[in-house]
Ligand binder design. Sequence first.
Ligand code: PNS
Length: 166
Amino acid sequence: MSTPLTAIYPGSFDPVTNGHLDIIGRARVLFDRVIVAVLVNAEKHPMFSCAERVEILRNVTRLWDNVEVDTFDGLLVHYAVARKARVVLRAIRAVTDYDYEFQMALMNRRMQPDIETIFMVPGEAYSYLSSSLVKEVCELGGSVNSLVPPLVESLLHEKIGRDKPS
Ligand code: PNS
């Protein structure tokens, strides 16, 4: 039997958006196992704690049996080796993402040539979507309905202390 192909989808996920979920949903049909890996201490002041981000991700991916949610610290390639993953998945939404992603992919390859970075493109409805924009829009009273899962929308309103815009 061949070794199961595991892909790691790393990120901050502060919070997970429908764009992230679109990628996870596409990846889970391509790989035997997808590990969504939340970087611990990605930002000094994340809106959601690492435990909250993991709990949310586990909740919104609970129906996908080959998707696992985990945390990692330190170098991504070290984590990938430890989890026996051959692939790192990253999303490219627009050409502006490319420079940074290209640099990371090449640096990761330099450190760990056996790990391949695969770029995936989310549905076009999510090409402008990011966790930071979602937080900003919500903080300023705009609607994030259909940009994030309903659970995230209510938690954002709880954190920000605003009622949902009607
Ligand atoms: O969602 P993000 O914040 O764009 O994800 C960035 C992430 C977590 C993938 C990247 O910062 C990362 O891999 N950090 C771990 C530390 C590391 O391996 N750094 C070297 C990258 S070449």
